[in-house]
Design a protein around this ligand. Structure first.
Ligand SMILES: Cc1cc2nc3c(=O)[nH]c(=O)nc-3n(C[C@H](O)[C@H](O)[C@H](O)COP(=O)(O)O)c2cc1C
Length: 197
């Protein structure tokens, strides 16, 4: 008899906050989503090198209309995030925190929050990659977690500490890569626990 709990498809969205194509953050999201696919999850890539998302202007139109007044590449990102069961976010460290591109995306998710907490209950994990060994990766991970907490997401780390902490070039950072692998596996483990309930 099939295990029906196992056949429910769940989706993991991966966001790269880098403006650069095929560099560390995108490679890390490709690796994490590859592991998720191997474990039977659907995946969706959101690479901010491919999208232009303007920052929030606090016009407050979304309070009334439920939609952001800015029409740009954020429009298809809303349903991608809202349809996912988990979100893994990778960001370069820029001056000790996430990139401006990722912060713009985060701020633009306000409509998803104020009209029903549409990201609440999703599982979230974070990865930060810096050019320095101790260049602000932990603070960047924490800032990504803050966004997830404010949306009511279920935030997980790497089953040891806080998430993926990487010193570029990522492929040379063996210890850091293990935190990335452990983070996506923790996300998958929690989704499987939820699915079996
Ligand atoms: C504007 C800027 C600021 C940066 N600030 C930091 C920093 O504070 N700490 C750090 O470790 N690396 C810093 N870096 C280096 C990037 O984090 C590093 O190159 C990272 O690998 C870029 O990610 P990507 O390869 O996914 O684009 C900075 C790079 C830029 C362009």
């Amino acid at each position: 008899m099939p295990d029906y709990a196992q056949v429910i498809t769940m989706k993991i969205a991966g966001i790269s906050g880098s403006p650069r194509t095929n560099q560390n953050s995108e490679k890390l999201i490709n690796i994490t989503l590859g592991i998720a696919e191997d474990r039977g999850f659907e995946v969706d890539r959101i690479f901010l090198s491919e999208h232009t998302v303007a920052p929030c202007t606090a016009c407050d139109v979304c309070k009334d209309t439920k939609r952001c007044a800015i029409e740009d590449d954020m429009t298809p990102i809303y349903p991608a995030l809202e349809d996912a069961d988990a979100i893994v976010v990778a960001s370069p460290v820029y001056f000790g925190c996430m990139t401006a591109q990722l912060k713009a995306l985060f701020d633009r998710t306000r409509p998803s929050r104020i009209h029903g907490f549409l990201l609440s209950g999703k599982v979230g994990g974070a990865i930060a990659v810096g050019g320095s060994r101790n260049g602000g990766q932990e603070k960047t991970v924490q800032a990504i977690h803050d966004w997830m907490h404010i949306h009511g997401m279920i935030v997980v780390g790497d089953n040891n500490h806080f998430g993926g902490i990487v010193h570029a070039p990522a492929e040379s950072d063996v210890v850091g890569m293990q935190t990335v692998v452990d983070t996506i596996n923790k996300i998958c483990d929690v989704l499987e626990m939820i699915r079996q309930r």
